[in-house]
Design a protein around this ligand. Structure first.
Ligand SMILES: NC(=O)C1=CN([C@@H]2O[C@H](COP(=O)(O)OP(=O)(O)OC[C@H]3O[C@@H](n4cnc5c(N)ncnc54)[C@H](OP(=O)(O)O)[C@@H]3O)[C@@H](O)[C@H]2O)C=CC1
Ligand SMILES: CC(=O)C(=O)O
Ligand SMILES: [Mg+2]
Length: 757
């Protein structure tokens, strides 16, 4: 895509957007819609009751509808990122993207609306009429100067927060980054000389905010396409002329002479490395144009090794991008039902972000970024978007500022409790998975994809490599490169292919396997045939011999068959059998189910081991384990003949010292409902709903997991194979490319522990 740091092909980006349900959002019902009674309540006649209530008291719309947590992302497509005016329809992928970021980072429901007009008045009228529907309006990618007129008019006409993200979101993050970059270089805001390149929505808002925070007006030089905005120009509109200065400098190059700070909010490659050499010592360079910055960090650093450099992108250190702002700012504003997002709230958000970057980074975030650059310093001036603390810190600061400045209609009484609800909005498993992806990037591994001729596997390998998660090693025939070409990879030579027929490594694989199997009735020629003809034997041997760090297989044959083959090459972690865990990820809840893959009728001892290992895995996934041994009976009711092993497993855990909660036997509906446990089984030792369900046997476990996968699709992960000595994962035959990438990332994440152990 961009000229450097290419992480994916255009084909991959298109496939990502078109696969499955096209686009990136869908709407799901938050109430049951199963029965006639549900429908009567949700729609006519039941719906008439809240209708009358809202007509009588409009404020109750926040109680009876989704309004209070719903934000519209609205654009006319006149300044789509740095791509320019490509129209309303073309802006839809970006607006859908912003909507999903709202959900992902701050649990704000959001919908994109693309309004097909370049007429500011028509746009204003269209949006103003939407006030009843939404709790807030996030304007996006509307070009200057119309964006100023539009936002001003809508703020006056609407009694809900209206926020032009490219202006204020960007300004808040820029201000936070600038505060910290100045701290690191020993500068005071009042002294710095700033050059702003670009004089549009983002540039003007950033300039206004940093001036409000103490940067002197006569220290800021702004440039547009025609060069420096000076008092002698007669082509300036009111917004540009507000920032015109008295100077004889005319070009960006001249403006940069001796400047402390460059803020780029213009276009790709607008800043030449040779101009950067003229800046003051330890220059601060924020090249924020998207998707390609004004200058890349390697170019900037080559020209000025002493510079602090930030961009709008996630693949370089210091991502100064409004994604760090809008989800959390709206979260805080919605939670106090603010009527506006005012300057106090923006400054509070900027300060909160700046302060957060100066605090010690939590272990899990630091680990995810390879432990590198996660301490306040030149490569870490601003928190990373996946930092789970953002959702607690920024909304609380914004809500508090809204209350202080008198725009909060529903003030927060107990901030400690509020922070707790903010923490609960983030499903820890989702953040752990995100962090696992970041960790893979920071510490990339070689992962064998044993079925390297399958399209779905090749797609996964492409995503794995181009996402920067590691090096895929494809096991397959010599035409694998042709298949990669068919999938849009122009130069497939960067993909390593191991052919089990003619690889020079075959001999070592045969030796390894023969040494293991010669006394189990296998002849060497038989082993040769197995290694040549079956990729699981060959790939597992490559893993055992250290030619790669982890292995993925599974889409071409049943799980049990793959496992049997791999067990011939690789040992179990200890005396106990491996087992499978599936993870069901809900918005606010994660449930693990085990053993979904291996042992048909586990003994009590096996069940206890599965519980202990699942609990450790749950902790790795960010969950505090609460195990329920599940059955069709709950504490003996109805009496059942097949619950003995479960009860014995509970007794075994009683007799050992384990550091997690467990209980059983109980039916899944009781296990998942803590109110029911308290009401009918007050002796139960679980302190909340169970999040690990240990099934009595493979029948029930596999049936439940497969039913759930068929019904809930992408919310089901796994099965993850636990208990092998080396990191191997066996995907279900129905796995899609993204399932395979997740398995590969988790397998890669287990490498260091396994090889050490
Ligand atoms: N990192 C982040 O979070 C964000 C980054 N941005 C980026 O900022 C840029 C501008 O976005 P936005 O303000 O919304 O768009 P606008 O269309 O409102 O403004 C674009 C501005 O850039 C100027 N410009 C374009 N090319 C050059 C150039 N070569 N030299 C100097 N100035 C130039 C234009 O000048 P003129 O007035 O003469 O036409 C105009 O003033 C985009 O690249 C966008 O991706 C925006 C928001 C957030
Ligand atoms: C990040 C963003 O909003 C932009 O580049 O327009
Ligand atoms: Mg934008």
């Amino acid at each position: 895509m961009s000229e450097s740091n290419v992480k994916f092909s255009e084909a991959e980006a298109l496939h990502f957007h078109s696969r499955g349900r096209p686009g990136k959002i869908e709407i799901i019902a938050s109430k049951p819609m199963a029965t006639q009674r549900d429908l009567s309540l949700a729609y006519s006649p039941g719906v008439a009751v809240p209708v009358r209530a809202i007509a009588e008291d409009p404020a109750t719309a926040y109680d009876y509808t989704a309004k209070g947590n719903l934000v519209a992302v609205i654009s006319n497509g006149t300044a789509i990122l740095g791509l320019g005016d490509l129209g309303a329809l073309a802006s839809k992928p970006v607006m859908e993207g912003k909507a999903v970021l709202f959900k992902r980072f701050a649990d704000v429901d959001s919908i994109d609306l693309e309004v097909d007009t370049r007429d500011a008045e028509a746009f204003i009228n269209a949006v103003a009429l939407l006030e009843p529907s939404f709790g807030g309006i996030n304007l996006e990618d509307i070009a200057a100067p119309d964006c100023f007129v539009i936002e001003q008019a809508l703020r006056e006409r609407m009694n809900i927060p209206v926020f032009h993200d490219d202006q204020h979101g960007t300004a808040i993050i820029t201000a936070a980054g600038l505060i910290n970059a100045c701290l690191l270089t020993g500068r005071a805001l009042k002294d710095i000389k700033v050059v702003v390149n670009g004089a549009g929505a983002a540039a003007i808002a950033c300039t206004e905010l940093i001036k409000a925070m103490g940067v002197r007006s006569d220290h800021v030089m702004m440039c547009d396409r025609s060069g420096v905005i000076h008092k002698g120009r007669d082509d300036l509109d009111q917004w540009k002329s507000a920032h015109a200065v008295d100077t004889d400098r005319r070009t960006l190059e001249e403006a940069l002479d001796g400047a402390d700070v460059f803020l780029g909010l213009s276009a790709a490659r607008a800043l030449k490395p040779e101009w950067v050499t003229k800046m003051a010592p330890q220059p601060i360079i924020f090249a924020m144009a998207n998707p390609d910055p004004e200058i890349t960090p390697p170019e900037a650093k080559a020209a000025r090794p002493d510079a602090i450099v930030a961009t709008g992108r996630s693949d370089y250190p210091n991502q100064v991008n409004n994604v760090l702002g809008f989800p959390f700012i709206f979260r805080g504003a919605l939670d106090v039902r603010a009527t506006a997002i005012n300057d106090e709230m923006k400054i509070a958000a900027a300060n909160a972000l700046a302060e957060l970057a100066r605090e010690a980074v939590p272990e899990e975030v630091a680990a995810a970024y390879g432990g590198k650059s996660q301490r306040f310093g030149a490569d870490y001036i601003i928190p990373a978007p996946f930092d789970p603390r953002l959702l607690e810190v920024v909304p609380a600061a914004v809500a508090e500022a809204a209350m202080r400045s008198g725009v909060a209609q529903r003030p927060i009484e107990n901030f400690a409790a509020y922070r707790q609800t903010l923490r609960a909005r983030l499903n820890p498993t989702v953040s752990v998975l995100s962090l696992a992806y970041e960790a893979a990037k920071a510490n990339p591994k070689r992962v064998l994809f044993a079925e390297g001729e399958e399209h779905v596997v090749l797609r996964a390998a492409i995503a794995f490599k181009e996402g920067g998660y590691g090096t895929p090693v494809l096991v397959g025939r010599d035409d694998v490169h042709d298949r990669l070409r068919e999938l849009g990879i122009d130069d497939p030579s960067g993909y390593e292919v191991l052919n089990s027929r003619n690889s020079p490594l075959v001999g070592r694989a045969v030796d390894h396997l023969y040494a293991r199997l010669q006394r189990k009735g296998y002849l060497r020629r038989e082993i040769e045939r197995m290694v040549n003809q079956d990729r699981n034997y060959f790939a597992a041997a490559m893993l055992a011999l250290g030619e790669a760090d982890a292995m993925i297989t599974g889409v071409t044959r049943p799980f049990s068959q793959s496992l049997k083959q791999i067990e011939m090459v690789i040992d179990h972690e200890d005396q106990s059998d491996p087992f499978g865990v599936n993870i069901i990820v809900g918005q606010n809840q994660t449930v693990l189910v085990a053993d979904t893959a291996v042992t048909e009728r586990p003994t009590a001892e096996q069940l206890a081991t599965i519980a202990i290992r699942s609990a450790a895995f749950a902790r790795r996934m960010g969950q505090e384990p609460r195990v329920a041994f599940v059955s069709y009976t709950t504490f003996g009711n109805p009496p059942g003949a097949y619950v003995g092993e479960l009860r014995e497993a509970v007794a075994l855990l009683d007799s050992r010292t384990v550091d997690f909660e467990y209980e059983g036997e109980m039916a899944p509906d009781v296990a998942l409902n803590h109110d029911m446990q308290r009401r009918y089984y007050p002796f139960s030792r679980l302190t909340g709903p169970a999040n690990i369900l240990i099934m009595p046997g493979l029948q029930s476990a596999s049936l439940s997991a497969k039913l759930l996968r068929a019904l809930s699709g992408e919310n089901m992960l796994g099965p993850f194979l636990l208990g092998m000595k080396l990191p191997v994962q066996i995907a279900p035959m129905t796995a899609g490319a993204s399932d395979l990438v997740t398995l590969a990332v988790l397998a890669a994440g287990a490498v260091d522990g396994k090889r050490r152990g």
